[in-house]
Design a protein around this ligand. Sequence first.
Ligand code: F6P
Length: 349
Amino acid sequence: MAKKTKGMRIGILTAGGDCPGINAAIRGVGKTAILEYGMEVYGISSGFLGLINQEYQELEESQLSGILTLGGTILGTSREKPFKDNGKNQLKIDKPKLIKKHYNELGLEALVVIGGNGTMRTASMLAEEGLNIVGIPKTIDNDVWGTDITFGFDSALLIATDAIDRLHSTANSHKRTMVIEVMGHHAGWLALYSGVAGGGDVILIPEIEYDEEIIASYLMKRTQNKKPYSIVVVAEGIKKKKGESAASYISKIIKDKAGLETRQTILGYIQRGGSPSPMDRVLATRYGAKAVELIANEDFGKMVSKYCESIEPVSLSEVRNRLRTVPEDHPLIKKARYMDVCFGDRAVK
Ligand code: F6P
């Protein structure tokens, strides 16, 4: 049974790379906490830095209006990793200790942490320090273990797919090979999904080792088969020369080994900007509401997750040191191969 929650004070922070949907999640947490459970909500600035530097203020329900569709995060974010230097910083600050001190001084009874892998790892460690933590998984990379999907991914997928769609017409006009780099440091979900959705001919992801000769011969064969142009979708995290972008590295290989005229596009931070997709608005709202339900039921040390159609809690300790990467036998990879997509790992038909 939920304990009496009226007047209960909870905190919320957003950490790591931003993405569309964070404000929808903040709204989901805030409205559920304030309107449904009578709680007080404190917004903490700039991720964990805000708890270290005591930068927080109460979030009024009125401040949650108009943010459902707003990109970015009204709280700001940072990539502060309080456990990273364990006190070896120049000021010799014991950051986790400071976070715990300020959490208690602020009178927080729970803390909602919105973030990706690194943030969930920090959240898990703070939970072990005795803080009442609930995590919400967000990242455009969709590489948080323990959930079918993170919010941010669908919005970035829409942006990347629209960009790929646009490249087809200019590639066709000039009979060129267009290389587009999408985000995805460790996992190739965005490249895989946008590559399939955008009709990519070659899709390169970090999880699949590619052979330069296979890519070159595949593209040359397309030319021999009178295909007017090709689209190559690469994840930023694929194997490449140090200091070079994935797009420029692969473009050079295509030019040198296939002798094809190429141009490159690095989509970059456009994938992290702007208003969230309807799916992300709904998912972020569900995640936010569920996080408060867990708090009301004193079910801490958990991350909300999507499993099939339901939103379930998963233990932060299980999430913390794992990454959700694309399995080589993922069904979508098999279907993409049916579409004659080249992943650079085997000669296609
Ligand atoms: O984690 C999401 C992400 O956008 C990655 O895809 C990308 O490599 C990274 O963040 C960029 O980090 P930053 O915003 O710190 O430059």
